[in-house]
Design a protein around this ligand. Structure first.
Ligand code: AMP
Ligand code: GLY
Length: 422
């Protein structure tokens, strides 16, 4: 079958790399892709949010399936667009429709969903300019730190965690006044959860589901989890504290009520559910849902999946995922992200990347790269993820760090403490 994958990051390179290994795949196209995806498929210069262009490409290239990497086309309704167009309605889209995508697109929707279906999560109040006073009273009733979340998509920047009450009040007002544009015209105030985070990934066809290997990512730019938030600086899978007992709690209290909640709410859902969790003294709470795979978690989760990903996607499309079980590589996988100097602030692109050919052990997943004058150059803040396998996380990390040193470009930075807290 011919597959069109939308997106251009490390997540998409890992998904493309995996799908390219399937006997069921004929042609793989990635739009827009990066220098890495070009080695496992054909890049297409197309904006994933231009649905008319996607439609024309699907028709011109006999595409049999669309796999959506990032959240934006899903939140904008690519699935509904395809389903409502008789010329392409038969082409399955791996990813939820607009309603399901609200789990990521609206924090308020996600919190109400969790409340309705008894999924453990932090206590909250949803605030707009109409109930600002109530919001301030709610803040006063809580202990520091204070968690404020823009309801809508804010490019990963919409969450503020503040130690001081008066600062929290000021920020709440600023958010309602448009600090994050329309995304913060509603703000969710949340109880602060103290614990250790991890990410759990579920692939579902709306009824059946498989739980993929869990992972932990490292979001802060600085060592010891300090400094600004980034898209993710590295990841580890499996996560040692997520033992059988913990994962059974996650399954019974979170995965099952989530899938059943979607059914009860009449939300057809064929795609990934990324559950961001906090373990609070061994008890799992949901911090957020995303409606796609994580990045850089995909760069460790997918390498541990032994099963054929295209076969799983076919089962999602046909609604037969119940009949599938996945096989997982017992080894640890780790990834270390090399980023541009200055990231997540201002940074330069177009830096020539060398040394990739000297990496013999491990997997090189391109994130922000492109080809210019026959050279691989940086094209984003997160540039390349270096994944390695090992008998345990330390063994794998040794190789990931070694490969991060081997790779070179001007301004390169990576965190050399990924996994430090496990
Ligand atoms: P989110 O965009 O919802 O993933 O939030 C970004 C980050 O803020 C999360 O990865 C957590 O580290 C932190 N965070 C979000 N909500 C809470 C909470 N209720 N308690 C503690 N930390 C939180
Ligand atoms: N690594 C976190 C995310 O993909 O949102």
């Amino acid at each position: 079958m011919n597959i069109l994958l939308l997106g251009s990051g490390g997540r998409e390179h890992a998904l493309a790399w995996k799908m390219a290994q399937s006997k069921k795949l004929a042609k793989l196209f990635i739009a827009p892709g990066n220098a890495g995806t070009a080695s496992v498929g054909t890049n297409v210069d197309m904006n994933p949010n231009d649905f008319e262009a996607v439609k024309a490409f699907v028709l011109d290239n006999s595409i049999n399936m669309i796999v959506v990497g990032p959240e934006e086309p899903l939140v904008r309704g690519i699935k509904d667009f395809v389903l409502n167009d008789p010329e392409i309605a038969q082409v399955p889209v791996i990813g939820p429709g607009k309603k399901g995508a609200e789990l990521e697109g609206s924090k308020e929707f996600a919190k109400e969903f969790m409340k309705r279906h008894n999924v453990p999560t932090a206590g909250y109040l949803s605030v707009t300019s109409d109930n600002l006073e109530e919001g301030i009273e709610f803040l006063k009733s809580m202990k520091a730190p204070y968690v404020l979340k823009a309801d809508g998509l804010a490019a990963g920047k919409g969450v503020l965690i503040l130690d001081d009450l008066s600062e929290a009040e000021t920020e709440l007002k600023a958010m309602l006044d448009g600090k994050f544009g329309a995304a913060s015209s509603t703000v969710v105030i949340e109880e602060f959860l103290s614990g250790i985070e991890l990410s759990v990934f579920v692939l579902t066809d709306g009824h059946g589901y498989v739980v993929l290997p869990e992972a932990k990512d490292y979001k802060r730019i600085g060592e010891g989890d300090t400094g600004l938030n980034t898209g993710g600086m590295g990841a580890v899978s499996p996560v040692p504290f997520a033992d059988g007992v913990f994962m059974k709690k996650v399954h019974d209290r979170i995965v099952v009520p989530t899938v059943e909640g979607l059914i009860k709410d009449n939300i057809p859902y064929k795609g990934f559910v990324f559950i961001g969790l906090m373990s609070v003294e061994g008890e799992p709470y949901v911090i957020e849902y995303n409606v796609r795979m994580g990045d850089p978690e995909t760069e460790v989760v997918i390498p541990r999946l032994k099963s054929d990903l295209v076969d799983l996607f076919e089962a999602v499309a046909s609604g037969t995922l119940r009949t599938k079980q996945i096989e997982v590589d017992e080894r640890s996988a780790t990834t270390v992200m090399c980023v541009a100097g200055g990231y997540p602030g201002a940074y330069e692109k177009g830096k020539v990347i060398t040394g990739i050919e000297n990496i013999s052990e491990g997997l090189v997943f391109h994130a922000g790269t492109t080809v210019k004058n026959n050279e691989v150059v940086s094209n984003g803040g997160r540039v390349i993820a270096l994944t390695a396998y090992g008998t345990d996380k330390d063994d794998a990390l040794k190789q990931s760090f070694k490969n991060a040193q081997t790779l070179n470009f001007e301004g390169k930075y990576f965190r050399s403490d990924i996994g430090f807290d496990l």
